[in-house]
Design a binder for this molecule. Structure first.
Ligand SMILES: CC(C)(COP(=O)(O)OP(=O)(O)OC[C@H]1O[C@@H](n2cnc3c(N)ncnc32)[C@H](O)[C@@H]1OP(=O)(O)O)[C@@H](O)C(=O)NCCC(=O)NCCS
Length: 182
């Protein structure tokens, strides 16, 4: 999906700059991992984003879905969606969804946008680009967001997610659990 950036480095981009939202390949997993680490290192509250290993990210890129926002060869953002099925990592497991239904749920796992490209609604646009690539069985998406992470929370609510509950996740982090029906 091609989009146009209207803001770059916090300034108006005139003319708007094209960016391609597309599925990342396994060879691009190190770029995803590097962007995660760069952006998290610059976060004033890094506890709002639980980082992942290169090994796990490589698995998600291969077996799940990772949408990258590419400006030429530069990765400016990504969204990882996981299809956890019967695994205990499925957010459906934390929402009292019967186990027989879990295969119909996807986890919106993580989203990152480099500060240079913020303000273009990329988090929401990457979800839009991801939806047509979901397996047909998926009818719901689960997500977690730190209550303090106003940018991510606003984007999730604007994308049609609703807050289900607030609880500890990932070994002690305060999180809203959200869901979206497709
Ligand atoms: C959450 C995140 C992906 C949103 O990025 P985005 O989609 O580009 O954000 P939006 O386009 O909705 O931005 C809306 C406004 O908030 C601002 N904004 C967004 N994220 C910001 C941040 N982390 N810090 C300061 N301002 C931010 C934008 O500049 C924009 O301002 P403007 O309206 O004055 O232009 C991004 O902030 C990010 O990568 N955060 C760190 C990782 C994270 O918390 N991920 C979510 C949990 S998995």
């Amino acid at each position: 999906m091609e989009i146009f950036l209207h803001r770059i480095c916090g300034k108006t981009a005139e003319p708007p700059v094209p960016m391609l939202l597309r599925r990342c390949t396994a060879e691009e997993a190190p770029a995803v991992y590097a962007l995660q680490n760069e952006v998290r290192a610059a976060m004033p509250h890094p506890e709002q984003f639980v980082p992942d290993t290169l090994e796990n990210i490589t698995t998600y890129v291969r077996k799940d879905l990772c949408i990258g926002a590419w400006q030429g060869s530069r990765l400016g953002g990504y969204l990882i969606v996981r299809f956890c099925g019967q695994s205990e990592h499925n957010y459906a497991a934390f929402m009292d969804v019967p186990r027989t239904e879990w295969e119909h749920w996807a986890n919106a796992d993580s989203a990152i946008v480099h500060a240079d490209f913020r303000g273009n609604g990329l988090q929401r646009l990457m979800l839009e680009a991801a939806l047509p690539l979901f397996p047909g069985r998926i009818t719901h998406i689960g997500a977690t967001v730190s209550p303090e992470n106003q940018y991510s929370l606003n984007n999730a609510l604007a994308s049609g997610f609703a807050i289900v509950s607030r609880r500890e996740m990932y070994g002690g982090y305060d999180r809203y659990l959200l869901k979206k029906d497709l």
